[in-house]
Ligand binder design. Structure first.
Ligand code: UTP
Length: 295
């Protein structure tokens, strides 16, 4: 059995420019799908599969993320005094256990690879997960749970993948597939945001990674890639020369909540899963579509 995945790195230092002006003073990760912030969805997904420690790589304007996982004395006391026990219990459940979260700063948004490197000292010499908080998977078991089940059998490094429309490859990291291994495939290549004509497939990385610590010295070299950023894909390609790398097709659907369309679709999908909302929301949505002549 390979070493367990105990830690997850969550990079949250990006600027969220696609969501301006909403993200001018508020972190993108606090945007809500129904009534829960994106960051809560990903922490829940990871806690459900036994992740014990979260390393958030933050930047300016991200302090509210720390507050979100902290005790809110006044609020909790008020809820208790008013007998709102269900809301109180939910707040307590959502909080991080003491000592389970570390926060480190990426002073400049130099790229995802650089953000992950900022977590190197806290992760140390063990395999770990990387979770992009704007990619929200829907499926049971969760995306990280499916990947860790595969990892426990096969070890190595892996990324979750899903098919995108072939015209959309330039928005994502795209992989090439080799032989099947269990529920996954050996990965043969990875290209950051290729034009459709240069894409090795239409399978995009959906924001979940399991990586061995040998990635850190490669990231430390700070080589710039696509867009002048320190890309995680470049370091992964080099790690692939010496270690097994798998592309794991997620059995479910991921919503790219960093894009407006993905974010809106996630709200619809998750609202329709809420028993207390589903019927009324569906009726409202149908009426709106009809009124707009789009039904
Ligand atoms: P994105 O590519 O979505 O960038 O980063 P972004 O800044 O969040 O959003 P846009 O494109 O400007 O709208 C993917 C993830 O990597 C983090 C982001 O916070 C996001 O979770 N990231 C990206 C960093 O932490 N640091 C970086 O330098 C770049």
């Amino acid at each position: 059995m390979p070493s367990p995945i105990r830690k997850a790195v969550i990079p949250v230092a990006g600027l969220g420019t696609r969501f301006l002006p909403a993200t001018k003073a508020m972190p993108k990760e606090m945007l809500t799908v129904v009534d829960r912030p994106l960051i809560q969805y990903v922490v829940d997904e990871a806690r459900a599969v036994g992740i014990e420690h979260f390393v958030m790589v933050t930047g300016r304007n991200k302090g509210v993320l720390e507050d979100h996982f902290d005790i809110a004395y006044e609020l909790e006391a008020t809820l208790a005094a008013r007998g709102k026990t269900a809301a109180l219990e939910e707040l307590k459940r959502d909080k991080a256990p003491a000592g389970a979260m570390s926060f480190t700063r990426q002073q400049e948004p130099l790229g995802l690879g650089h953000a992950v490197w900022c977590a190197a000292d806290i992760v140390g010499d063990e395999p770990f997960a990387v979770i992009l908080p704007d990619m929200i998977p829907r499926g049971e078991p969760g995306c990280l749970a499916q990947m860790i089940a595969h990892y426990n059998e096969h070890g190595g490094n892996s990324v979750s993948v899903e098919a995108c429309d072939p015209s959309e490859t330039a928005s994502y990291g795209i992989v090439g597939l080799g032989d099947p291994v269990g529920d996954s495939y050996r990965m043969t290549t990875m290209v950051e945001k290729p034009a459709p004509a240069d894409a090795p497939s239409n399978l995009y990385i959906t924001g979940r990674y399991i990586l061995q610590p040998e990635i850190f010295p490669l990231l430390a070299e700070g080589r710039r890639g696509a867009g002048g950023e320190i890309q995680i894909t470049d370091a992964m390609l080099r790690l692939m020369e010496t270690q097994p790398f798998y592309a794991f097709p997620f059995k479910g659907r991921t919503f790219d909540c960093g894009s407006k369309l993905g974010f809106l679709a996630a709200n619809v999908a998750f609202a329709l899963e809420r028993e207390e909302l589903a019927d009324d929301f569906a009726a409202e949505a149908r009426a709106l579509l009809k009124a707009a002549g789009k039904d």
